[in-house]
Design a protein around this ligand. Structure first.
Ligand code: GLP
Length: 240
């Protein structure tokens, strides 16, 4: 795992944008694995700014997102589908049909997981962006998830519900279940770019980068990825 430590969140976002834009500019039909959460917001703002300033085209780019809350329609303002439109896609010239995410409203969970598995198989990702949960999760793969997992429905850890409650009006509104891409599929991406910012991630960053590779720390599997870059700010790197 290559580790880049930055002074602060702004520099982290600059470096992340450099890495992501290098992929987009090298191959205008690249497949991007994308993530939600507050950490990639600076990166997404820079991608939009780069498009405005340099005209970088996303007309042939395709994307696959990591995860989606179960029970939220794509129109719900807290859905990850909505998050992606608001924070990235609306600022690019990307065709909605070229963006992919699990359908949180799918009645048949198994069929939806099989659909997304087949889609990911047909759409090998050139780069997979990840944030890091404070409990070491990646996407919604919580501690204990088998490394061989494909797309599945998870019951969110209590700590994840608490962490994500800040984005809802009330903790009671946070969905308890979600669809998530599996760890096997994250590991299939050609490159992985994982971002972590802030002191509350320092413990998870240390376990991910320096601890044993264990299913109890899902992100530790990235030590085994042949091309993984971790960009952390000073606060998140404080235990390295
Ligand atoms: C959620 C998402 C993860 C994300 C994590 C961290 O749980 N499912 O993909 O990495 O939050 O979010 P943040 O970047 O807001 O700390």
């Amino acid at each position: 795992m290559k580790i880049i430590v930055t002074e602060n969140y702004e520099e982290l976002s600059d470096k992340a944008a450099e890495a992501m834009l290098a992929v987009v500019k090298a191959d205008p039909s690249a497949v991007l694995g994308l993530a939600t959460g507050t950490t990639p917001l600076g990166l997404y703002a820079r991608m939009i700014r780069d498009r405005a300033e340099h005209g970088t085209s996303y007309a042939r780019i395709r994307t696959a997102n990591l995860d989606e809350y179960k029970g939220l329609p794509a129109s719900h303002e807290q859905s990850y589908a909505c998050f992606m439109r608001k924070n990235l896609f609306d600022g690019l010239d990307i065709a909605p049909q070229n963006t992919n995410i699990e359908n949180g409203m799918a009645a048949d969970e198994a069929a939806e997981c099989a659909r997304y598995d087949a889609l990911l198989e047909a759409l090998p990702r050139d780069i997979q962006l990840l944030g890091l949960g404070s409990n070491g999760h990646i996407a919604f793969n919580e501690p204990g998830t088998p490394f061989g997992s494909g797309t599945h429905v998870v019951t969110l850890a209590e700590s994840t519900v608490r962490d994500n409650a800040r984005l809802f009006r009330d903790i009671a509104e946070v969905p308890r279940k979600a669809f998530t891409m599996g760890i096997r599929q994250i590991m299939q991406a050609r490159r992985v770019l994982i971002l972590a910012s802030g002191a509350n991630k320092a413990d998870a960053v240390r376990k991910m980068a320096l601890g044993p590779v264990t299913e109890q720390v899902p992100a530790s599997v990235l030590q085994l990825h042949p091309c993984c870059t971790l960009i952390v700010d000073r606060a998140a790197a404080s235990q390295l």
